[in-house]
Design a protein around this ligand. Structure first.
Ligand SMILES: CC(=O)SCCNC(=O)CCNC(=O)[C@H](O)C(C)(C)COP(=O)(O)OP(=O)(O)OC[C@H]1O[C@@H](n2cnc3c(N)ncnc32)[C@H](O)[C@@H]1OP(=O)(O)O
Length: 414
């Protein structure tokens, strides 16, 4: 039976959503309300389906996304999501066909990279993606953290924390999230609908629990961070409170805001555990506690995957703390971004262009995705055999140039 890969039209959108739910093992139920909510935010020309006799057996969606680069600049990304292949049609190359089509279109548009959050680690490396950010989740045992039980939730730095509501958050927090991209690489844009979902204005699949919202304002009364969290209202025998505060979102633009919000969460009466949600691996949280072992790592995993489509845009689109030159020989089986490039970088700026000079390092394009946001070490990748060091010492030179003092972080799942 023939399989046709093509863009989905509006009348097929409910079927497409049902196919996505089926692929993600969610009940295949789609309401008119959900369709009406999602459709205006969907670029149908970038919504792919694989059709067999009129039935959708595979799905794929991409959209334009802004990704923060090292130094606060922005890269235009082709964000990939909603990837499913029906259990009846898996391992017959359908994902490969949809991916090839989407990446070719992204390259044609001039996007710098493609991005995604991988459901499972082994899926996307073959398409030239590499994990570029990692994430850590902690559970803090507040009673073992060593914090002074007499402390209040008030920051000791002249700032203040105040409770607020969803409406206020929709006004204040988008700017905080946008500013985060200026100080962290790896942050992807969060649009108005993303805020509607996070603040309960839109919710389709699971029942909504209204979270608590609190904003940190500095001495000059400027918002510098916010947190939303829920509590589970649990007590143990003997009338002992045993509440877990679960962070849904914590965006802090200054270290003072980050410190204040964590200490606030660890100061709420009845709260004996704080689940941090997915944080940057170098979040201040564990070391902020007198006893950092009270923050147990519960998740440690890859987060944002990056597929470089335009090498010059990626390497010129970031800043560099030091100066140096690197010649990279990049292999790309798909023919999208491979070749030999010379990078001349300094704190004043960088240029990157094709060259015929002999290379310092040679590797697959996926490794450049992994290095692109400053997180991974080229020396480590060379030790793993994933980077070939042609000029002795070149991997260490690459680290000095590419790595950053704070690790990239993507707070959003898309
Ligand atoms: C960005 C996102 O949306 S992430 C969500 C991804 N979706 C899911 O995880 C939902 C459940 N899984 C699925 O729907 C499908 O299995 C998919 C989409 C992951 C893969 O689709 P398929 O059409 O089966 O992939 P396709 O046949 O093109 O496979 C290409 C290659 O990747 C490999 N591969 C595909 N999926 C996986 C996997 N989950 N684990 C390991 N290898 C995989 C295949 O074996 C194949 O390898 P080969 O070229 O060596 O033979």
């Amino acid at each position: 039976m023939s399989l046709e890969v093509r863009a989905v039209v509006a009348s097929e959108y409910p079927d497409w959503l049902r196919a996505v739910s089926t692929g993600f093992l969610r009940p295949p139920v789609v309401t008119d309300e959900e369709v009406a909510d999602r459709l205006p935010h969907t670029d149908l020309s970038r919504l792919l389906g694989v059709f067999e006799q009129g039935r959708i057996v595979a799905t794929f969606r991409s959209f334009t996304q802004e990704l923060s680069a090292v130094g606060g600049g922005t890269l235009v990304a082709d964000a990939v999501t909603g990837v499913t292949v029906s259990a009846t049609h898996r391992r017959r190359g359908l994902l490969s066909r949809m991916m090839a089509r989407d990446l070719a279109a992204a390259k044609e548009r001039g996007d710098a990279v493609a991005t995604l959050i991988a459901a499972e680690y082994p899926i996307y490396g073959r398409f030239g993606f590499g994990p570029a950010t990692w994430t850590t989740e902690w559970t803090v045992d507040v009673r073992r953290a060593g914090l002074d039980p007499r402390r209040s939730g008030r920051p000791g730095d002249g700032g203040r924390i105040g409770f607020t509501d969803a409406e206020e958050i929709r006004k204040v927090a988008p700017e905080l999230h946008r500013r985060l991209g200026g100080v962290r690489a790896g942050v992807v844009g969060r649009d108005a609908r993303g805020w509607d979902v996070l603040t309960g204005r839109v919710h389709h699949s699971s029942p909504w629990t209204e979270p608590f919202y609190a904003v940190y304002r500095d001495e000059a009364d400027q918002p510098q961070g916010y947190v939303s969290y829920t509590c589970d209202d649990k007590w143990e025998d003997g009338k002992q409170p045993l509440n877990t505060a679960t962070v849904k979102d914590l965006i802090a633009v200054t270290p003072a805001a980050e410190r204040a919000l964590w200490l606030f969460l660890c100061s709420v009466d009845w709260v004996t555990a704080v689940k941090s949600g997915m944080r940057a691996p170098d979040d201040l949280l564990p070391l902020l506690l007198p006893d950092p072992r009270a923050a147990r790592v519960t998740t440690q995993a890859d987060m944002l995957w990056v597929r470089v489509l335009d090498v010059a845009k990626v390497l010129e689109g970031r800043t560099y703390a030091g100066s140096g030159t690197l010649v990279l020989d990049l292999r790309d089986a798909s023919g999208l971004a491979g070749g030999r490039y010379r990078l001349d970088a300094s704190p004043e700026g960088a240029t990157c262009s094709r060259t015929t000079e002999s290379p310092d390092l040679a590797f697959d394009i996926g490794e450049l995705g992994t290095l692109s946001l400053g997180d991974e070490s080229a020396v480590r990748l060379a030790a793993l055999g994933r980077i070939e060091e042609i000029a002795p010492g070149a991997a260490a030179r690459a680290d000095a140039l590419l790595r950053t003092s704070r690790r990239p972080w993507c707070p959003d799942i898309f």
